[in-house]
Design a protein around this ligand. Structure first.
Ligand code: TYD
Ligand code: MG
Length: 428
């Protein structure tokens, strides 16, 4: 009998678990494992469909189909366009994080918590490129949003006093439709806000599921490579480490930037965590204002609390100087030691394991009786201290609180602490 071969495929993540499961063993989605005939599997998994789809509407360049000698390639390539510079204080700050400018044909992912300012950042970048300052002159840039209507984006642009006529707004969630509509404009850059809201027809599942997110990103990557148009993509990260979040995309895209910031602070950090075209050591510092993001050119004192400028100095505060990217920052560590029968260590902005080590060294090597104390540690302004060069300031803050000895506010600490209580020269 001509029995049709069947497979079990998860409609959410595309896994083929080999049998029916009530909950997909791969992505843990309940009820997503369905039966499909063998011929349908690739359609369900979306792989073939999106390949064919992208191939069919992308411009064909026959020369790309065979190996070419380097000399040939260089002849046809305009080397001066290697990077699209971004001008102005804000633009230069973004460009430095990108490694000197935006590389044509690259796919850049900008990740961060919802509300941190990703849309604001990329709308400003779009405006700079559209104005063509310092580059080829004005050229269209397209900002596609699946999150907001074009009126909402226009409102935002108004607040930021963006007036260029070369910025095109489009509200759509259909990748095929987006790439189709923008081709006639031959833009200089494309922004897609956000990867969680777009979908590819023919790929199973709704926008935001892992299959859609991966396939849409791959489609945008192929688009960028074939047209040489840079694509900037926004991705939300949720606190729970969202399965369809940008983390799974990091290996697909060329460059990954993360935007960080505390809810109650107006400072925003832009960090490159992956860059095929530059170093990942760069850090951009911005301040969110009424009219968008502004570059902070001298960020060294922004992480200090107001106490520090007061004449009266409190015990438990210590200043650390650390290097992040190619910049030095002055940050403030706060410690609170309280005698308590319940010994606990609460840390914010300092690594728990590092804090535990420093406390242990203080107990064992400095003879501080911290055993029966609850210790709270905090880094002001939401800075995350990962440098071991901050050890000494952490230790100083703890000692200051424990001994109730205020540290004069013109003293700063740099130094790594070893297990024997010795001070090590910071490596950075
Ligand atoms: P947004 O860019 O929408 O964040 P994301 O895209 O990462 O979700 O911006 C978030 C916040 O920034 C929003 O709550 C309002 C604030 N904001 C300003 O303070 N000034 C501005 O000029 C703009 C445009 C936004
Ligand atoms: Mg947004």
């Amino acid at each position: 009998t001509g029995k049709v071969k069947v497979s079990w495929v998860c409609e959410n993540c595309g896994a083929t678990p080999g049998q029916w499961w009530g909950t997909c063993p791969s992505c843990q989605t309940p009820g997503s494992v369905k039966q499909f005939s063998e011929s349908e599997v690739s359609r369900v998994r979306g792989v073939e469909v999106s390949e064919a789809l992208v191939r069919s509407w992308l411009p064909k360049k026959p020369g790309n189909l065979a190996p070419q000698s380097l000399a040939e390639v260089n002849k046809g390539r305009d080397q001066s366009e290697w990077r699209i510079p971004l001008s102005g204080h804000f633009g230069m700050e973004v460009a430095s994080v990108l490694g000197g400018g935006l590389v044509p044909g690259s796919l850049v992912l900008v990740g961060g918590d919802p509300g941190v300012g990703k849309s604001t950042l990329l709308l400003q970048v779009a405006a700079i490129i559209a104005q063509g300052l310092g580059y080829k002159g004005p050229a269209p840039v397209i900002y596609v949003s699946g999150e907001e209507s074009i009126e909402q984006i226009a409102n935002r642009a108004d607040r930021m006093r963006i007036t260029t006529g070369n910025l095109f707004l489009y509200s759509s969630t259909d990748i095929e439709d987006i790439l189709d509509k923008i081709q006639t404009l031959s833009p200089q850059a494309l922004i897609v806000d956000s990867i969680q809201t777009v979908y590819l027809r023919g790929v199973t599942g709704s926008a935001g599921n892992i299959m859609q997110v991966k396939e849409c990103t791959s489609a945008l990557l192929r688009f960028a490579k074939q047209t040489n148009i840079p694509v900037l993509l926004i991705g939300h990260v949720t606190k729970t480490g969202d399965i369809a979040g940008p983390r799974v995309l990091e290996h697909i895209v060329d460059t990954v930037l993360y935007m960080e910031g505390e809810r109650y602070s107006s400072y925003r950090l832009l960090r490159s965590v992956k860059n095929r075209f530059g170093s990942t050591d760069e850090l951009g510092v911005f301040e969110m204002s009424q009219s968008g993001l502004q570059a902070v050119s001298n960020p060294s004192e922004m992480f200090l609390s107001e106490h520090h400028t007061d004449s009266e100095v409190l015990a438990g505060l210590a200043i650390a100087v650390i290097v992040d990217g190619s910049r030095a920052f002055v940050i403030e560590i706060q410690a609170l030691c309280v005698f308590n029968s319940v010994v606990s260590r609460q840390v914010n902005g300092v690594q728990q394991s590092r804090a535990n080590m420093i406390i242990s060294v203080l107990v064992k090597q400095a003879g501080l009786k911290l055993q029966d104390h609850a210790i709270f540690l905090n880094v002001v302004s939401g800075f995350n201290l990962i440098e071991t060069a901050g050890d000494l300031a952490v230790a100083a803050a703890i000692c200051s609180s424990f001994l109730e000895f205020p540290i004069p506010n013109d003293v700063a600490f740099i130094g790594e602490i070893g297990l024997g209580g010795e001070l090590l020269r910071p490596t950075n």
